[in-house]
Design a protein around this ligand. Sequence first.
Ligand SMILES: [Zn+2]
Ligand SMILES: [Zn+2]
Length: 306
Amino acid sequence: MFSLTVLGSGSGGNCALVTSDRCRILIDAGFSARRISQRLQSLGIEPESLDGILLTHEHSDHIAGLKVFCGKFDVPVYCNSLTAEYLCREGIAEANRYKIFSTGSSFTIQDIDVQAFYVPHDAVDPVAFVLSSDYGSVGFLTDLGYAPKLARERIREVHTLVVETNHDEQRLQADSKRPWSVKQRILSRHGHLSNEAAAALVADIAGENLRRVILGHLSRECNSPELALGAMRRLSLDSLELHCAEQNQVSPQFEIGPLPVARPLRQNDWVTTGCSTVSEKINPVAGGHDNEQQAEYLLNLGWDVG
Ligand SMILES: [Zn+2]
Ligand SMILES: [Zn+2]
């Protein structure tokens, strides 16, 4: 078992739960400890049973509940050293609470492998994560001005991707409440991904493994689920399973992997369905392979191709 539940996501706070056979991890703690606890308990999970909280960066919409949560529950906080220094200075949690990883490194929590990698954002040392188990992997890519090559490579193999669709550019430009400087910050290379940028990124990395995309970190004023999902559909990404995470509602529990294999292929399938049809089923975005690539891919899946 390997699953993801988004406890809430948006400009007002972000927190997600990943569970495996032996492990329960929060990604960020961006709303109140009380609300995080309530949402965990609504899933039948006691907060003190968590194996850790992974932090992407120190902005308040990712750590708002951390101080109170750490005061109540003895749960380790995984973050890089610059983020830990900042949180210590701010009195969020004492130094012995942190388990420090290096940005760019991999480490293990119980039966989950974690890769932490740099993303450009205006925080002290912001990271994104890929979490992997025997069942598959899930990527968390929010709070970034753009996706550098390394980040694209890291998320290319994931089964499920949580990606930031922060704003609709036209809505942001037309917003009369935000000063010009704030708009520039959001639009900068250390700001946030727009719907269009996120869709282009997903189209670029979608390959044989990607099955599901969860849109997150939507701006309350400058975006809507319809706009974010619309940007994905314009790039024909609706053949993937698309969801939009909500600020005030816990998402369904998404099972991560394995790749759906309905039944082994038999020889007749090549006659009756043909490669292109099989290929579309396996890889709804990238389209067809030639026969040799197709056979190799099916073998990699453990399918009987002949
Ligand atoms: Zn941020
Ligand atoms: Zn954020």
